[in-house]
Ligand binder design. Sequence first.
Ligand code: G3I
Length: 376
Amino acid sequence: MKLINQFLLITFSILILLVSCSAKKRTTLKEAFADKFLIGTAMNSKQINGLDSASIRVIKEQFSAIVPENVMKSEVIQPVEGEFDFSLADQFVKFGEKNNLFITGHTLIWHSQLPGWFCVDAKGNNVSPEILKQRMKTHIYALVGRYKGRVKGWDVVNEAIEDDGSWRKSKFYEILGEDYIRLAFQYAHEADPQAELYYNDYSMALPGKRDAVVKMVNKLQQQGVKIDGIGMQGHMTMDFPSVEEFEKSIIAFSNTGVKVMITEMDISVLPKPGKNVGADVSLNFKYDKELNPYAGSLPDSVATALQNRYADFFRLFLKYKDKISRVTVWGVNDAQSWRNNWPVRGRTDYPLLFDRNNNPKPIVEIIIKEAEEAKK
Ligand code: G3I
């Protein structure tokens, strides 16, 4: 009898152990990267409105940082001069605070998603430098000031440099010359002296752009401007950029003395209709079935290639974990990615870490393992 009791006790204990092992919580991205760098995602309006509970659950579980995909852009915040709409931005910041996430604001000065009135007068002519300065100041003071101490970092200027390293001829540049960049950083610093301030751009692995960004940051520093980080957006394809060129940019940017961030990562597997490599939102090509080869599903061979490419880049990020402060992917799941609509509308792309049902792709486990390995 004693023997049977002992046998039952042991069997029971083994069962309990097995059950508790299988129920053991899987390591999440934010846990794996906790002592490396922040791991973030962009939030869209639906998530900010609380209307997409499945992907919101992923954000809370997996990520340590958030950035708004669209709701802090100037056309949303100040569609009409003097009329501010902070409703979604307020909800976004509240969500971040409630869930203990590092909050980045995106973006203060950008030529795109800029309300029509910002740089022109009632007749459509460019305003004077003085008026534009005042408008920039008012906008930045209102937005940065409202979230002072709560939004920890700002993409102050977005995409000021072309791929070849020349200045983008935006309205800001036309009216104020390159000095608009210094002014934007100055106003942001005045509005929240504690906030980190970043320059953010795409195609940052191109040598011309790399050199121009380094030159610009050096000049800002010489002028005494506070700049804390350079954001490499990281909108990638399967063949651009090369890991080697990306690495050169991480090193070059870090050598300026500021933090390096990967701010908008996604990898498109779809064919490129043109030569486009970056994220110039003005590009728009006509839909063609041939340009949408994976509308039904992604073949295993392509999924594996994508997985390898993600792994290569995360290995690179881990190699430079002392220089990189944050890696943010541009959205939670494939269904919500802007890549499905750029540079051709209505395609089916697979650029993110979670699939259309918000399930982690196998790459998530691989990245987590790489991060854990990097501890050793
Ligand atoms: O809000 C309108 C909605 O009212 C309308 O019904 C709908 C119809 O198309 O359009 C909605 O606006 C869209 C907006 O996203 C909000 O969803 C625009 O058409 C669409 O062009 C816009 O795209 C955004 C794009 O920036 C615009 O510049 C993408 O979602 C967003 O992912 C993308 O993000 C940029 C970063 O800010 C900067 N770096 C490049 C990156 C990718 O382009």
